[in-house]
Structure formats: structure tokens, C-alpha cells
Ligand binder design. Structure first.
Ligand SMILES: *Cc1c(COP(=O)(O)O)cnc(C)c1O
Length: 397
């Protein structure tokens, strides 16, 4: 059957691919340590699960308004107010089937063929493909480990031209774990505003931030910044609710309304039961966030230390999210069983075969000669995995 050109040019999600490969090996009985996960290993909090069960029992199992129930919108408005001092109204909020779905609808609502959308690299895997699906052109701006994978203002200025329509920011970042301080953010946002760019700010890891730092939202910077930004967030990462599929966007009401039209013609409302669970997540007790963040930080400290002790790796110490993004420059060009390691894909395959450890190649995020290692797994697995990696790289010559 003939497939559309649109879908033929679409790449499968690389992060899901490695998880599938590791799963297949596990099914053969091979003990694989998985560092590929893009989701917390923690369970959904008990109060949230119970609310989901209760809403089934209460019969809250029918269509809801397309953009989400008012109670959930109000809970989102309250948390944006409490966490960032931001004021939004219900018509500036939309609830979608995950933050990924929010971003998809934003790109469909905003971009046309001929538009250019700026994406700092390394980037979250779905941005370039979602943008390409609209006909717009993703424009990648490189960042470096030396600059903590943060956008340099000169590089941003150089990438802007008359077709530039928007920029996507994501911090704390998947895959690098970097984040911006208020001052750094101000510099970037100022240039975006001067050039009339729309800012799509994916802040889904805002609650997973280390060293006592506080997440600063783009929308806090100024009235103008808030008005030019579509903020994206959700419950998947902070409340371990990836399977429930609830994300949201906040911003200009015409954009939100356009997104709602798209949802009305595609998915309709996000699951009613999940909306009730997300309502409980946002408005119920919050101490679980702190506990989990502390645990992530402990793992992060351990894994960064171990990686930097192994000759060949160098690892930036992340400020948030649950990934490390070490350089493998010290291993490129080395040989394993007569085969030369030419980049991150070869190295990932080597680790899977020799160390029985699954990671994601940096190239999936646009950055060659790096790896993404997720520490959303138990300390025991992390220790075992690091031992295996340390042992395996000894066989490289
Ligand atoms: C996980 C993730 C998302 C999507 O989350 P869902 O709400 O589960 O769709 C969006 N952006 C980034 C950077 C992510 O890592």
C-alpha cells in the first residue's frame, strides 16, 4: 500500500527503539541492565492511583470537554501561580494526552512550510520530526559540553533570519540534564523577543532539579516573555505518571483555542480517569516530589563520579532531569574484536553486547560521540551497570 511522503520521512523514536532491543534480549533470558529509560522507575504515588480507581468506581468514565475538565485546569493554574507567580485563565490552558501531544499540537497550530524553528542541540528526539511534519524547517543550533550544553547568544543570533518563527527551549534538559539560571535565560530570551520569535518552553523536568536550585520559568522573566511563550509541562516525569498520558500547555488563548480545535478533530479529550488522577497529583500532598528528587540526586552524584573515574569518559555534572550525557571521545577509534568503534551507535552496540548494558547513542539527540545514560533505575542496577561498563571498556584496544 502506498504510504504518504509525510510518514515516509518520519524517523521512529530512537529512544523507544533501544528500549525495544534491550527488551528482546531480555526475552531471550539475557540479564540486561537498562539505562535507556525515559521515565522514572518510581511508582505512581498511592493517592494518585487511588483517585484513578475511585473515578472509575464513580463512573467518571465518559467524554469530558476536549481541552480538559475545569477542575484540572484550575489545579494547573494554581500550581503555576504557586510555583512561579504566574497568572493564567482557563482559556489559556489546554490539557492534552501527554506533553508530547501538547507539543505536537503547538507545532501544528503555529507552523507552515517556509517557517524555520530553532532547536538547540542536543535536543529531545521528537522536536525535529514534529516540526518537519508541519512542513517547517528545524534549524539545529549546536551547544558544547564546555558551555554546559547551553545556548550561546552569538550562536542564536547567527541562526536567526527573516524566516525564523520560533525557538524550542527545554530545561532541565533531556538528554543533558543542563539547566539555565535566571541570568542566562534572560540573555537568550531577550534575543528571542527582539527577533519576535515565539518561545516554546518545555519545562517538564522542572521538579527534578539539584543542588537546592530553583527552576525559573521563561514566563516569569517579564510580561513580554510570558506573552510570547507557550509553556509546556505535565505530570509524567514529576509524578511518575508516564502511562496516564496527561500533559498541558499554557499561553496565548488563540493558540490554545487552535490546539483545542486540533484535539477536537483527532483525540478528543485526554482520558477522563487520568485527568482525575492528575488533579490529585497537582492538588494533593507534594512531599513525594522532594523525596524522589533527593534519591535521583544521590544516584546522579554516584554515576557522575564513577564515569569520570573510568579513563575514556568525561561526564558533565547535570543540574536536573534524570540523565547523564558523557562524552565517549576517549573510545572513538578503538577496536573491539577487530572492529573499530566509529561513534555513538557502535559504542552503544558494544556496550549492549559486551557489558549487557543498554544506553542511548548521543546521535539520537543530534550529538555524536556522547551517550545518554538514564539513572531512573535502582542504585543496585546503577552499581552493577557501572561495574560492567568499567570491565567492558578494558577489552577495547
Ligand atoms: C518525557 C518528555 C516529554 C513528554 O512527556 P509526556 O507527557 O509523557 O508526553 C516532553 N519533553 C521532554 C523533554 C521529555 O523528556
Amino acid at each position: 500500500m502506498k504510504l504518504s511522503n509525510r510518514v515516509k520521512n518520519l524517523k521512529p523514536s530512537a529512544t523507544l527503539a533501544i528500549t525495544a532491543k534491550a527488551k528482546a534480549l531480555r526475552a531471550e533470558g539475557i540479564d540486561i541492565i537498562g539505562f535507556g529509560a525515559g521515565e522514572p522507575d518510581f511508582d505512581t504515588p498511592e493517592n494518585v492511583k487511588n483517585q484513578g480507581i475511585k473515578s472509575i468506581e464513580d463512573g467518571f468514565t465518559k467524554y469530558t470537554p476536549v481541552g480538559g475538565i475545569n477542575e484540572l485546569k484550575d489545579a494547573i493554574i494554581n500550581s503555576l501561580k504557586k510555583d512561579h507567580g504566574l497568572e493564567y485563565t482557563r482559556d489559556e490552558i489546554i490539557v492534552s494526552c501527554g506533553a508530547k501531544h501538547s507539543i505536537y499540537n503547538i507545532t501544528q497550530a503555529l507552523f507552515d512550510t517556509g517557517d524555520e524553528v530553532l532547536i538547540p542541540s542536543p535536543y529531545w528526539v521528537s522536536y525535529p520530526d514534529q516540526i518537519a511534519l508541519t512542513g517547517a524547517k528545524p534549524v539545529i543550533i549546536e551547544t558544547t559540553e564546555e558551555n554546559e550544553f547551553k545556548l550561546k547568544t552569538d550562536d542564536l543570533k547567527n541562526a536567526i533570519n527573516e524566516n525564523s518563527s520560533a525557538i524550542i527551549l527545554n530545561y532541565p534538559s533531556n538528554p543533558t540534564g543542563t539547566t539555565y539560571t535566571r541570568d542566562e535565560l534572560e540573555e537568550v530570551v531577550e534575543i528571542a523577543l527582539e527577533n519576535k520569535l515565539t518561545i516554546i518552553s518545555d519545562e517538564i523536568y522542572e521538579k527534578i532539579i539539584y543542588g537546592g536550585a530553583k527552576h525559573v520559568s521563561v514566563c516569569e522573566l517579564s510580561k513580554e516573555a510570558k506573552e510570547s511563550t507557550i509553556l509546556v509541562n505535565g505530570v509524567s516525569k514529576s509524578y511518575s505518571m508516564t502511562g496516564w498520558r496527561i500533559g498541558y500547555a499554557a499561553g496565548n488563548k488563540d493558540v490554545i483555542n487552535a490546539m483545542s480545535k486540533l484535539q477536537g478533530q483527532s483525540t478528543s479529550n485526554p482520558t477522563s480517569i487520568s485527568q482525575m488522577a492528575a488533579l490529585e497529583a497537582l492538588s494533593g500532598p507534594q512531599q513525594v516530589l522532594d523525596e524522589r528528587c533527593k534519591e535521583f540526586e544521590k544516584r546522579k552524584d554516584f554515576i557522575v563520579k564513577r564515569l569520570n573515574e573510568i579513563e575514556g569518559f568525561s561526564c558533565f555534572n547535570p543540574k536536573g532531569a534524570f540523565y547523564v550525557f558523557p562524552s565517549i571521545n576517549g573510545f572513538v577509534g578503538k577496536e573491539y574484536e577487530g572492529k573499530s568503534i566509529s561513534g555513538s551507535i557502535d559504542f552503544t552496540e558494544f556496550l549492549l553486547e559486551k557489558a549487557k548494558v543498554a544506553v542511548v547513542p548521543g546521535i539520537a539527540f543530534g550529538k555524536e560521540n556522547y551517550l545518554r545514560i538514564s539513572y531512573a533505575t535502582s542504585m543496585e542496577n546503577i552499581e552493577k551497570g557501572m561495574d560492567r561498563i568499567e570491565e567492558a571498556v578494558k577489552s577495547l584496544s
